[in-house]
Design a protein around this ligand. Structure first.
Ligand SMILES: C[C@H](O)[C@H](O)[C@H]1CNC2=NC(N)=NC(=O)C2=N1
Length: 237
């Protein structure tokens, strides 16, 4: 079985029958997706499927410079067996499923919303986002959904089930710490002793701004494993 090196992750490649992989590349995301330099690898080796054949010499994947060669990066070409299996009709998602291409681990620390800081809400640079911009940016804050608050103002909302009331207060504190650092504050609710929800909108302009998405991305990094109910191990008999 061959493998490819992307950043520091080794990706297993499952060949369907013996194939010589010349190059693995990755397809472009949505046009406005920030195309960042990926470590493009070339994989020279034999992607083997049946192990009956004698093992062939396999060169180690070699990482090349971060440039996007030939202007394309995308999923590797499908193997004949994958085409024959009609895999195109069986993949998950609908025609409009938007696939977010993730860069190598750690990249979001230097790009994207998490690396940004909120700007003063009263400044003239604070712009209300259009519905389509808000909808596109929502892709970068998994777990948050676009809705409206009680006053009908567009906002981002995230809900957590916590172990108990005390855990809910602790979650408030962890989120509050970020809000104080950023000078941008969510509305926090703790209901029924174990349901926390946060709503983000920019009150000074009565709508959603980039500040709200920056906060949502940072709140997504808050550790909650010790606050949410322990996952019960599932045993399938
Ligand atoms: C002076 C202070 O920066 C402003 O009042 C900030 C505080 N936090 C804020 N948080 C949110 N969500 N919206 C605001 O308009 C806002 N304004």
């Amino acid at each position: 079985m061959g493998s490819a090196l992307l950043g520091s992750k080794l990706l297993p490649l499952r060949g369907a029958g013996a194939q010589r992989c010349s190059r693995i590349s990755f397809s472009p995301g949505t046009p406005s997706h920030t195309q960042v330099a990926h470590t493009l690898v070339t994989h020279r080796g034999l992607c083997r499927h049946n192990t009956a054949e004698a093992p062939q010499p396999r060169t180690v994947a070699r990482a090349e410079g971060g440039g996007l060669r030939d202007g394309e990066f995308g999923a590797r070409d499908p193997f004949p067996a994958e085409i024959a299996s009609n895999f195109g009709d069986k993949v998950l998602g609908n025609w409009d499923t938007s696939h977010v291409i993730r860069g190598p681990a750690g990249m979001e620390k230097i790009t994207g919303l998490k690396a940004k800081r909120c700007i003063p809400c009263e400044g003239e640079d604070v712009k209300v986002l259009s519905e389509s911009d808000a909808d596109w940016m929502r892709n970068q804050v998994p777990g948050w959904r676009l809705t409206k608050d009680a006053a009908g103002v567009p906002c981002l909302r995230h809900e957590w089930k916590v172990r108990n009331f005390k855990a809910g207060l602790e979650l408030f504190n962890r989120i509050g710490k970020i809000a104080e650092e950023e000078g941008h504050h969510p509305d926090l609710h703790l209901e029924g002793f174990n349901t926390v929800y946060a709503q983000l909108s920019t009150h000074s302009v009565g709508g959603l701004t980039e500040n709200d998405f920056i906060m949502a991305a940072k709140i997504n990094d808050v550790p909650v494993e010790d606050l949410v109910p322990k996952k019960k191990p599932k045993f399938w008999l």
